[in-house]
Ligand binder design. Structure first.
Ligand SMILES: C[S@@+](CC[C@H](N)C(=O)[O-])C[C@H]1O[C@@H](n2cnc3c(N)ncnc32)[C@H](O)[C@@H]1O
Length: 267
């Protein structure tokens, strides 16, 4: 079982309050799927229960997302996916400083922060919940050039036009695919906004690769890689984070170039 407190010291940019976090006991933990995990947090004398996928509630509490997922469960995905992207860009003799990034499922800005640190020219976030934009503004102001709160599959015309005008050459989606988060349709819509030959960087649970997740995302990606729509430039298996039982949850980070439009077959 993981220890509720402690820091790996990898992020120092935002001073945040620390919370007392407790987890279900070990007899319950084995039964949980990744999207069923929860914890109890002491806040101002009260104990509140948070399901890990209730991002809106978690983002409202300053520093809780960071303490829970990064310091306690050692999530490493923003760093790993961003590093793989940078490696691929440099290998292609291109420059990170020319990347104009659309960060789909930007959350409270951890990927944006990493890409800014690595030198990306411009980053725009999109997330479906208002609390993500508010937490980003509160904790990482200035990282994103713009942050749009919208459902990618039902984007208001004005927001779509302003995004299209930015001529993105890179799409990032980190820790947001599968488990009922971003559906394939939203990913396809964001992907349409990326220039031909642009970069696409994302991660996915290893159990979904070469298999079928219920959202159909792995099928979409498998086919796109097979037919050359996505031209793979880098792939890495790594520990995304620990489960509540303290076991590693492995993901694949993938970086590809866009060679055509994605087609959702719907089967
Ligand atoms: C685990 S968080 C990841 C946040 C960030 N990318 C990171 O790595 O820290 C997943 C995010 O995806 C967002 N999300 C879920 N469905 C979405 C959708 N249809 N469109 C845009 N964002 C969505 C959630 O609101 C949440 O902020």
């Amino acid at each position: 079982m993981v220890s509720p407190l402690g820091s790996d010291g990898s992020r120092t940019s935002v001073a945040q309050p620390r919370y007392e976090i407790s987890f279900p006991d070990s007899s319950e933990i084995d039964e949980f799927d990744q999207d069923e995990e929860w914890c109890d947090v002491r806040i101002d004398g009260d104990t509140r229960r948070f399901r890990f996928h209730d991002y809106d509630e978690i983002y409202k509490v300053p520093g809780l997302y960071e303490q829970l997922f990064y310091d306690t469960l050692h999530c490493d995905s923003p760093r790993v996916v961003s590093a793989l992207l940078v490696e691929a860009v440099e290998e292609a003799d291109e420059s990170v400083e020319e990347l104009t990034v659309l960060d789909l499922g930007g959350g409270n800005g951890m990927v944006g922060e990493e890409l800014e640190r690595l030198g990306a020219a411009s980053i725009v976030g999109v997330d479906v919940i208002e609390e993500a934009a508010m937490a980003t503004e509160r904790d990482r102001p200035g990282v994103y050039d713009d942050y749009v709160v919208a459902d990618m599959t039902a984007m208001p015309d004005e927001a779509r036009e302003s995004l299209t005008e930015r001529d993105f050459n890179c799409l990032t989606t980190v820790a947001a695919l599968g488990f009922g988060d971003i559906p394939p349709e939203a990913f396809i819509e964001a992907y349409k906004m990326i220039d031909d030959d642009g970069w696409v960087a994302f991660n996915i649970n290893e159990d979904f690769v070469g298999d079928s997740d219920s959202s159909g995302f792995s099928r979409l990606i498998d086919r796109a890689l097979e037919d050359g729509t996505l031209d793979l430039q880098g792939k890495r298996r790594y520990r995304h984070r620990l489960s509540l039982a303290g076991e590693p949850i492995h993901y694949f980070a993938l970086v590809a170039r866009k060679r055509g439009e994605l087609k959702h077959t719907g089967d």
